[in-house]
Design a protein. Structure first.
Ligand code: TIU
Length: 224
C-alpha cells in the first residue's frame, strides 16, 4: 500500500499506510461548543471551541474524499446516570453544571438530548462511526479498539475538544494500544489557550512521546 506523509509534522514527519488511518473527531457537541452547554456552565469561554468548527469541517471534507475511516465521539451518560461515577457527578454539581440537570438544551450531558448532539456543521453521515463514551477517553468502556482492530487501523488523526482533557486522554489511551497518533493543533482547542499550548507541547516532547502534531493544512494537502 502507498504511504502518505505530513512532512511538516513535529517532532518529525508523520506517515501512514493507505487504508490504515482513521480520523477521530472528539466531542464536538453542543454541550461543549454551544452557549448554555456543559462547557460554558462549567465557567468556560467557549469561543475557542467554536473557532475550530470550520477547520474541522475542512479536515472532515478532505478525509471523506480520501476515503479515511471517520469516527465521531460524544461524551455523555445514560438518562438514569448509572454510567456516571459519583465523583464525576459531584464535581459537575460543585461546578454548577450537574450532569443530568435541566439546561437550555435539555438535560446536561445526557445521551439523546440536544446538548449531547454533535454541532450541525460536523454532523456524522449515516455510514460513519459514532462512539458514545462515559469517560474522557474514547477507549474506556466503548467498542472503539475492536472497531479499529477489525478494520486494521494503525494510525489515528485526532481533533476536537478539549485538547488537554478528552483529546489527551484519548491520545494516551490510543498510544498505549499501539496507534500512531497525529494531533491537528489548530483543529483542537481548550477553553483556556494556555491549557491548549501545554497539551500540544506535551505530545511531541521527548522526541514524540505520545505522537506527532501538525496544523490541519499540511494534513489536508497530504490527503489530496
Ligand atoms: N470533551 C471534553 O474534553 N470534556 C470535558 O469535560 N472537557 C473539559 O475541558 N472540561
Amino acid at each position: 500500500a502507498p504511504t502518505y506523509q505530513v512532512s511538516a509534522a513535529l517532532p518529525y514527519p508523520y506517515e501512514w499506510r493507505a487504508g490504515a488511518a482513521a480520523l477521530v473527531i472528539i466531542d464536538m457537541q453542543n454541550d461543549f461548543c454551544a452557549p448554555g452547554g456543559f462547557g460554558e456552565r462549567l465557567g468556560n469561554d467557549i469561543s475557542p471551541a467554536r473557532a475550530i468548527i470550520p477547520v474541522i469541517a475542512d479536515v472532515l471534507e478532505a478525509a471523506r474524499e480520501a476515503g479515511l475511516l471517520i469516527v465521531h465521539t460524544r461524551e455523555g451518560h445514560l438518562p438514569d446516570l448509572s454510567d456516571c461515577p459519583p465523583a464525576k457527578l459531584e464535581h459537575s454539581r460543585r461546578q454548577g453544571a450537574g450532569i443530568g440537570d435541566e439546561g437550555p438544551m435539555g438535560r446536561i450531558l445526557i445521551r439523546g438530548e440536544r446538548g449531547h448532539a454533535i454541532v450541525p456543521e460536523l454532523a456524522p453521515l449515516p455510514d460513519e462511526i459514532v462512539i458514545d463514551k462515559p469517560g474522557k477517553g474514547a477507549f474506556y468502556a466503548t467498542g472503539l479498539h475492536d472497531v479499529l482492530q477489525e478494520r486494521r487501523i494503525e494510525s489515528l488523526i485526532l481533533c476536537g475538544v478539549t485538547t488537554h482533557v478528552c483529546v489527551h486522554t484519548t491520545l494516551r489511551e490510543a498510544n498505549d494500544r499501539g496507534y500512531r497518533c497525529l494531533v491537528l493543533e489548530d483543529a483542537t482547542a481548550a477553553f483556556d489557550p494556555r491549557d491548549h499550548e501545554a497539551a500540544i507541547r506535551m505530545v511531541r516532547q521527548q522526541g514524540g512521546i505520545f505522537g506527532w502534531t501538525s496544523p490541519a493544512a499540511p494534513f489536508i494537502a497530504a490527503l489530496r
